[in-house]
Ligand binder design. Sequence first.
Ligand SMILES: [Ca+2]
Length: 182
Amino acid sequence: MTLLSAQPRSTAGITRVLEAAHIFSWDPSDCQQAPNSGSGLITNDHDGTFHTGVLICIDGVVPGQVYDLGGMLRVPTGQTGIGFAYIGFYWYDAPGCAGTQTWAGGTPWVATSDDWVSVTMWGNVAPPGTQSAWVTLASNKSSAGTDAYLSYYDNVYFEVFGRIFADGFESGDTSLWLTTQY
Ligand SMILES: [Ca+2]
C-alpha cells in the first residue's frame, strides 16, 4: 500500500495494538483492478472472537484542523469466518501516538461484499492539544474457531479537508449563484 498522506509517518508505539493472531500481507487484488498496485489483506485467524488491526501513526496533526478518513474495503463472501471490517482512528496528545489516547471514530462496518466498498468518515476536527493520530485497519472476527476471517483494504487515506467554499444560505442572498442555463 502507499501512504497517501503527505504528513510525516511515525512508527513509535505501533507494537501496542499488534497481536499475534493475524497476518497482514500484500495481495495482488486492487480496488481499481490496477495491475501493479494491489491491496493489504488482514487474515484474522484467532481461534475465537478477536478484534485486531494494523496501524500507521501520523505525526503533525494540528488541533482545530479538519481531517477526512476513508478507503476501500472488500470482505469476500463464501468464507466461514464471520466478522466486520472498518477503518478507524485515534487522537493522541503527544507526538508518536504517545500520551493520552482518545477514540476518534471509524467508518461504517463492512460485513461481506465481493465488490470493493468505499467507506468514509469525513469532517473530523482534531481536538485541542492533539499532536498525532493512529489510523487503523480493523478486523473484528466474531466467529469461534480457527476459520480465518479475511478483509482487504485499499486506497486508505487520512487527509486534511481543504474546503473550497461553503454556503449555508443564512444570509438569504442567493445572488452569487449564476442562474444562467448551462
Ligand atoms: Ca491498490
